[in-house]
Every structure is written in structure tokens, then in C-alpha cells.
Design a protein around this ligand. Structure first.
Ligand SMILES: [Zn+2]
Length: 405
């Protein structure tokens, strides 16, 4: 069984190399666009080309010559374009409306030839073939540090993203781990706790998967509301029609966004051998999220609805627990100290045992824990429920068993 994760780490780029990195990113985007345009034109039979190799055969030489992009990055651009075209074709097959891909995002894809990982920093291939060294910026005990530093995880390619608002580069490194599944593990009912959020990550699991960019969702929502408000002021018939049209577009985009997030969540449950996914009850979630709007409530409901639908197909059940204290309790096995001072934004630091965790990850572990405790108290069945953690499982008695790696 292969477990895949993404380590997101902020990079410290030397100031004299920032322009090179930006230029590399822009050139990569132009090259990707050209590969995608060629793929969209189609092959001899008129089908959209979804193979990176095929795209390379057709236009690699031209694009390489025109852009002077490094060979490894040029190959990366072709594959990136092919990936996007593949997802477009999948949507077409599902009967969705699609349009020619346009690349606007600030992203560079580095395959394993174009990036080298070292302790504490990485080396990135730049525009003309020179290398840029950039240091990782993260707390030493973070999940990100473990993904990048532990021998348990194999580092693969990475995506470099530039956040315009904060003028910051983030590296998204794909890491993987091979894990053998024992029959005993399969027999146990393993519980995946899920914490839903209005900002940061939409959903965080008790296994340490961070899913869906809630900030992006909020940004799109605000954009849509601003446009709608402007059009409403005009009050003309054509403005009214435009309001309907942008409303449909936004609704489709949100559905699609949640479709991807729910797919990721169920995939996580399947890959960890979980038989139960546990959310917080939404009726009570407002205690924690005081400004939860109707839209955010819809988002949470819709995410759960889609997860239920997809989980059902995998034979996984979806349950809920009351959210009280899930964000204040220390999820460290054998601790459980609960205090409001434990949490400060994204950071959870137990005031008793000193355990430091991402707040949402800590909450997700508590959600799974609570479900298991509830089941034990009600004495249901004889089945043993295990809480799925990223490095092993904890049962209802608090006994910890490390995963077999
Ligand atoms: Zn503690």
C-alpha cells in the first residue's frame, strides 16, 4: 500500500536570485501554455492530446528554442500541460462543460531532475540552467519537517508556487511511503477524524492530510459577491441576466472544488484502511466558528454530503460527534489536558505536556478519539475501533500500536 502526502514548505530565496526564479516561473508558464495549446488542437483524428511524450514529439524543439527554458523544466511543462488536458478530457467524458486551458497561476513544476533535496534546503534549476539554493522555513517539530527529513518518506517531484500577496514562495513536495497492510489491521475498524475549517485548509484529517484551500474558496466567493453587488446597482435586465450567469459559474466552481476535496478525503480513508470517517456535528460547530456564514455552513454540509456519497461506494461509513473541546484538548496519547490556552491560531501547544501540533490536526485526532470513546461507553458491538494517526493507531483504551513500516 502506498501512502502519498504533500509537504508544503515556505522557502527563503536569496534576494539576488528572486528575479531569476520569477523569470523561470514566467517562462515555464508560457511553455506550458504552448504545449497545452498544441494538445488542445488535437491529434490527426481530432482528439485532444493527453500524453506528455506525444506533446514533446510535436513541439518540444520549437518551444525549447523559443523560450530557452532548461530541458528538464521544458519536459516538466509538457507533462504539466498533459496532466491538465487529461483532467479536462475526464470532465468532458463526465458531460461537463469545458474550455481551452489557460495558465495564469504562478506555478513551476520540478521533476526529480530539476530539483535536488538537501538537509534544510533545496536546489532548483533556473531559467538558463543555473541552480538556485533556497532554505526551508518551518518549525522543527512540524509535520512538514518530518515529511522532508525522515527516512520513512521518499521525496519525489515538487511544485513551486508564488503567493503574490505576501511575496512568498512555497514548495509543495510530493512524498510517499510504502506500507504493508497486515490482516489484523484490516480487521480493526479504523477511524479517520476530520476537522473542517473556514480558513486555511478546508479539511484536516487525524492522519495528517491537509485538504482543500479554504482561503481560495473565500476569495472566489468575495469576488463573486462584489460583482453581483455592482450589477444589482445597475438594475438593468442585462445586468440581471449576468447576475444569473456569474451565479451559475460560481456554483459550478464551488461544487467542483468540493468534489475534489471530498474525493481526496475518501482516498485518504481508503489508503489508511479506515472503515469510518468522523466529522463534527454542524449544528454545534458555530460555537467554534462564531462568524460562520450561510455559505460556509453550506460548504461544510455539502462536503459531508459528497463524502458520504463517495464513502458509501467504498463501504466506509460516515459519523458525527459533538464538537465540544475538540480544539482545546491535547490529543497526545496519555495526556488529554484540556484548556483554552492550549490553542493559539494554527498552533497548538499543550500547557501540560508541551506537545506541539498544528491546531486542526490536533482537533481531527480529538474528533476520532471522541467517537471511539462514545462507542466504548455505549458498548456497541464487540468491534474494536482504532483511531488512525499518521504513525500508528490508538484504540479505545489508549493503547498505541505503531504502524508497520
Ligand atoms: Zn498534552
Amino acid at each position: 500500500m502506498e501512502i502519498n502526502r504533500t509537504a508544503v514548505v515556505k522557502l527563503s530565496v536569496p534576494s539576488n536570485r528572486r528575479d531569476d526564479l520569477k523569470r523561470t516561473m514566467n517562462t515555464f508558464r508560457d511553455a506550458t501554455q504552448r504545449f497545452a495549446d498544441r494538445g488542445w488542437e488535437g491529434d490527426d483524428d481530432g482528439y485532444v492530446i493527453t500524453s506528455g511524450n506525444h506533446l514533446q514529439r510535436l513541439v518540444y524543439d520549437d518551444i525549447r528554442e523559443d523560450t530557452a527554458l532548461h530541458a528538464d523544466l521544458c519536459v516538466g511543462a509538457a507533462n504539466h500541460a498533459a496532466d491538465v488536458l487529461t483532467s479536462v478530457v475526464e470532465k468532458m467524458k463526465d458531460g461537463e462543460r469545458v474550455s481551452q486551458p489557460v495558465f495564469r497561476s504562478n506555478t513551476t513544476v520540478y521533476n526529480t531532475n530539476a530539483i535536488t533535496y538537501f538537509d534544510g534546503y533545496c536546489s532548483l534549476t533556473a531559467y538558463g540552467g543555473s541552480r538556485i539554493h533556497a532554505e526551508y522555513v518551518y518549525p522543527t517539530d512540524s509535520i512538514q519537517a518530518e515529511y522532508l527529513e525522515s527516512d520513512k518518506w521518499t521525496k519525489q517531484g515538487a511544485k513551486l508556487r508564488y503567493d503574490h500577496q505576501t511575496d512568498t514562495y512555497y514548495l509543495h513536495v510530493s512524498v510517499k511511503q510504502e506500507r504493508e497492510e497486515t490482516s489484523a489491521e484490516a480487521e480493526n475498524k479504523t477511524v479517520l477524524g476530520v476537522d473542517r475549517n473556514v480558513d486555511g485548509y478546508l479539511a484536516v484529517t487525524s492522519t495528517g492530510a491537509f485538504i482543500g484551500n479554504a482561503d481560495l474558496l473565500n476569495h472566489k466567493r468575495r469576488e463573486y459577491e462584489r460583482r453581483r453587488a455592482r450589477l444589482q446597482q445597475q438594475g438593468t435586465r442585462s445586468a440581471h441576466l449576468t447576475i444569473q450567469s456569474i451565479g451559475d459559474t460560481f456554483a459550478n466552481w464551488s461544487e467542483d472544488f468540493l468534489h475534489h476535496a471530498s474525493k481526496e478525503l475518501v482516498k485518504e480513508a481508503v489508503s489508511q484502511g479506515c472503515t469510518t470517517i468522523v466529522f463534527e456535528e454542524l449544528e454545534n460547530i458555530r460555537e467554534r466558528i462564531s462568524n460562520a456564514s450561510k455559505f460556509q455552513q453550506w460548504t461544510f454540509n455539502e462536503l459531508k454530503r459528497q463524502v458520504e456519497y463517495k464513502a458509501n461506494e467504498e463501504g466506509i461509513t460516515v459519523e458525527t460527534v459533538h464538537p465540544a473541546y475538540t480544539s482545546q484538548r491535547c490529543s497526545e496519547t496519555g495526556c488529554g489536558f484540556t484548556h483554552e490556552d492550549n490553542r493559539d491560531g494554527d498552533e497548538f501547544v499543550c500547557q501540560k505536556c508541551g506537545k506541539e501540533l498544528h491546531s486542526d490536526y490536533n482537533a481531527a485526532r480529538n474528533i476520532a478519539h471522541k467517537f471511539i470513546q462514545n462507542r466504548r461507553k455505549s458498548g456497541s458491538g464487540g468491534a474494536t475501533y482504532h483511531l488512525a494517526l499518521k504513525s500508528g493507531t490508538v484504540n479505545g483504551n489508549g493503547d498505541y500500536s505503531p504502524s508497520t513500516v
